[in-house]
Design a binder for this molecule. Sequence first.
Ligand code: PNS
Length: 156
Amino acid sequence: MKTAVYPGSFDPITMGHMDIISRSSKFFEKVIVAIGHNHNKADGMFPVQKRLDMIKSATKNMDNVEVYIYDGLLIDFAEKVGANIIIKGVRNSKDFEYEQNMALINNSLKEGVETFLLVADPKYCFISSSMIRELMYFKKDVTEYVPNEIMHMLNT
Ligand code: PNS
């Protein structure tokens, strides 16, 4: 059974994340969306439990997608859930450089763990959680950048 982990901060989940989840769910038996949370650091814009609710709601029609929160190293979480594949989306060369480094670190921490990089759909290349947070700060509409299912959760 091939299980893949798709880790991230998801603060909040975007249409770009949704595209990566949807595409990878067609190639793996199970995709675990894993929200990285450092209990020593302050929460981001959205509390981690709320991010979990948002992603669960946005992926409710994807039968082979599960959502969890992890604290600590991603590689330890992946081992715990029996996954040796990590999925990341790359929008540009800056993402690639960062993800290449992460992939090398994770592979050196645990041999046999592979990182699969999916090239982001061009229509989502400029979307990021930080951009959404900034637009929200200035009270701009973010409807087209986030899944419909989470819109009512953004301001509560
Ligand atoms: O969406 P992001 O901010 O790119 O997600 C980053 C995340 C949470 C996936 C990454 O920071 C992470 O995996 N953190 C957990 C600690 C870890 O495993 N670090 C890599 C080895 S030093």
